[in-house]
Write a protein that binds this ligand. Structure first.
Ligand SMILES: Cc1cc2nc3c(=O)[nH]c(=O)nc-3n(C[C@H](O)[C@H](O)[C@H](O)COP(=O)(O)O)c2cc1C
Length: 364
């Protein structure tokens, strides 16, 4: 249940255009105003995944803090990790406004931002300042819209951020940069991953470790597309997969007018599809590949279900728009209480317990 102060501030934010509300929430976080109760630490929630020590499994998804302005403030909200970006080599404006639409009745959002961001240099400067601080801060990288060699943009991102990022995410699943999702097809994916891994390996001497590389995929894939991805991920030694980005599907929406807006849909209506894709990928890849489940996580129960379907960790964004800044902290407390009630030494014990049932469901 959302506390009164959070409910009131949500109502005020909802009077603003979504992008103004987003800017105001970033400003509030930057100002350091304590917006919710301090999170709890628990050994039942801590896990080492891809060589990184996560204090809890609930992360902030990419797109909220595109320019690495508030990673530490997000960690203070209770997130166990946060992901900046998507960052492209050069700054870009993105698509014309309006380009974010709230679908309040469905607890969903449609966005067609198109990688608006300040570019590598601005984010690098901010991340350099926090270099000595702890906390898991991933960096999600992409390609400029007008780039002549998109794969080269990813290589540049790897080289730029390897020394500052806890992990890197290769985002080839945004629906708002035309042609980007084609990088998920087998031949181009193979070339992309080969070059990205080579670039990452090339930074090892300077950085002193192999920074983990995660791949973020779309939920709108076919069974065949998914098995191609599973094969390439294994062959190229990718460290983990993030499932998933927003969807182009509009099924299950009650607001027919807003549903006509172009862009990617996130929030509650994405939960089912993204969870089916996650479970199918877990079944294809086996138990050792780190998988981060994203899409429609808005409660303790939805976070638990992502893990039962095969996720090691979860991320959320849209849930926080509707449930307020205390959501991560409430989910973390709820997961810990669940683990305690059920006598679990680690929340990871529930992973995959519903995987077969989710993975058997059709992708229509
Ligand atoms: C306004 C908005 C902007 C986003 N921008 C990015 C982005 O820049 N890069 C990215 O990988 N995902 C981006 N996403 C996708 C989210 O990271 C996440 O994968 C998706 O929204 C599903 O999670 P959710 O239902 O919890 O929001 C964005 C989502 C929203 C709503």
């Amino acid at each position: 249940m959302m506390p009164l102060l959070e409910r009131t501030s949500r109502e005020l934010l909802f009077l603003l255009e979504p992008e103004q509300a987003h800017a105001l929430s970033l400003a509030a976080l930057k100002s350091g105003i304590p917006v919710c109760a301090a999170p709890r630490k628990s050994s039942r929630l801590a896990q080492t995944i891809a060589g990184l020590h996560f204090p809890n499994p609930v992360g902030m998804a990419a797109g909220y803090d595109k320019n690495a302005e508030v990673p530490d403030a997000l960690l203070r909200l209770g997130f166990g990790f946060t992901e900046c970006g998507t960052l492209t080599p050069r700054p870009q404006e993105g698509n014309p406004k309006p380009r974010i639409f709230r679908l309040a009745r469905d607890c969903a959002v449609i966005n067609r931002l198109g990688f608006n961001n300040e570019g590598h240099a601005a984010a690098l400067a901010r991340l350099s300042v926090r270099r000595s601080r702890t906390g898991i801060v991933g960096v999600n990288i992409g390609a400029n819209r007008d780039s002549e060699d998109r794969i080269a943009d990813y290589e540049e991102g790897v080289r730029a951020f390897a020394g500052l990022a806890s992990y890197l995410t290769i985002n080839i699943s945004s629906p708002n940069t035309s042609g980007l999702r084609a990088l998920q097809e087998r031949e181009s994916l193979s070339e992309l991953l080969r070059r990205v891994v080579a670039a990452r390996d090339g930074t090892q001497g300077e950085v002193g470790r192999k920074v983990p590389v995660f791949l973020k995929i779309a939920p709108d894939l076919s069974e065949e597309g998914l098995s191609d991805i599973a094969a390439e991920v294994a062959e190229k030694g990718i460290d983990g997969v993030i499932v998933s980005n927003t969807t182009l599907s509009r099924s299950g929406l009650s607001n027919a007018t807003a549903a006509e807006e172009a862009g990617g849909l996130s929030g509650k209506p994405l939960f089912e599809r993204a969870t089916i894709v996650l479970a199918k990928l877990r079944r294809l890849t086996g138990s050792s590949l780190p998988i981060i489940g994203v899409g429609g996580v808005h409660s303790v129960e939805t976070a638990l279900e992502k893990m039962r379907a095969g996720a090691d960790l979860v991320q959320l964004y849209t849930g926080m728009i509707f449930e307020g800044p205390g959501l991560a902290s409430r989910i973390v407390r709820g997961l810990d209480a669940y683990a305690e009630r059920n006598g679990l030494r680690s929340i990871a014990e529930i992973r995959d317990s519903n995987m077969q049932a989710w993975a058997d469901r059709p992708l229509d």
